[in-house]
Design a protein around this ligand. Structure first.
Ligand code: SF4
Ligand code: SF4
Length: 219
């Protein structure tokens, strides 16, 4: 595995497909995709994606690294596994999308066009890593304020009646966040996982930076 920074002068990078086959979780089975479109046709959120999984896989084969890693497809997948269950070639579509999202963050593509879902995922992860639980108040606040102070305040105020209703019906508590029993152990586990991840991803995802070339939004 080799790491290489994106090179903006190169439109297509055929190494990208090979890199995905060899390094992305489930990527080896992506080579078996026969472009039948069952995954995209089965996806409940396909309309909310820049590209459906079928098209995304074709774009990977074409070496459109930047468009793939910047697409909201990686973030809008809701892990329902419809595509995995129905794929005639047993391609683990969900795992591939999730691992590509990790690559997108690692190589800075997710920052370039931060989607609502990546903002939310960051807030969710912060709470899960700190407390071993997700605190809906903190996650929501972090997410809202990721859009800026003014926007965070506006969104918070707009949702205040919902929050009060949840408190009243005991669906949300006031006071300190709930924690898992041993956050010290959790931190050690996460540090170890980060170490293993860094070791296994000492490389990167090829070296292409295709500019433009979006071929419509056929799913
Ligand atoms: S369902 Fe499977 S074989 Fe068909 S396009 Fe999707 S990933 Fe490829
Ligand atoms: S797992 Fe993701 S890509 Fe697959 S059908 Fe569900 S939302 Fe769509």
């Amino acid at each position: 595995m080799t790491h290489a920074s994106p090179t903006p002068t190169k439109k297509y990078d055929l190494n990208f497909a090979r890199w995905v086959y060899e390094n992305v979780d489930g990527g080896d089975r992506m080579a078996l995709c026969m472009q039948c479109g069952t995954c995209s046709g089965s996806c409940p959120v396909g309309q909310q994606m820049d590209y459906g999984p079928r098209k995304l896989f074709m774009m990977i084969r074409a070496g459109l690294k930047e468009e793939v890693l910047k697409s909201n497809t990686l973030w809008n997948c809701v892990s329902c596994y419809n595509c995995v269950v129905r794929c005639p070639r047993k391609v683990p579509v969900t795992y591939i999308l999730h691992d590509l999202a990790t690559v997108a963050v690692r190589e800075g593509y997710a920052e370039a066009k931060e989607s609502d879902n990546s903002r939310f995922a960051k807030a969710f992860w912060w709470s899960a890593a700190k407390y071993g639980r997700t605190d809906e108040r903190l996650v929501t606040a972090l997410y809202y304020f990721s859009f800026g102070m003014g926007e965070g305040y506006k969104r918070g105020m707009a949702n205040m009646p919902i929050a009060m209703g949840m408190v009243k019906t005991k669906r949300m508590h006031l006071g300190m966040p709930h924690k898992c029993k041993n956050t010290g152990e959790l931190k050690k586990i996460l540090a170890k996982a980060a170490e293993i991840e860094a070791r296994s991803h000492a490389g990167g995802a090829g070296n292409a930076n295709p500019a433009g070339g979006t071929a419509g939004h056929d799913k």
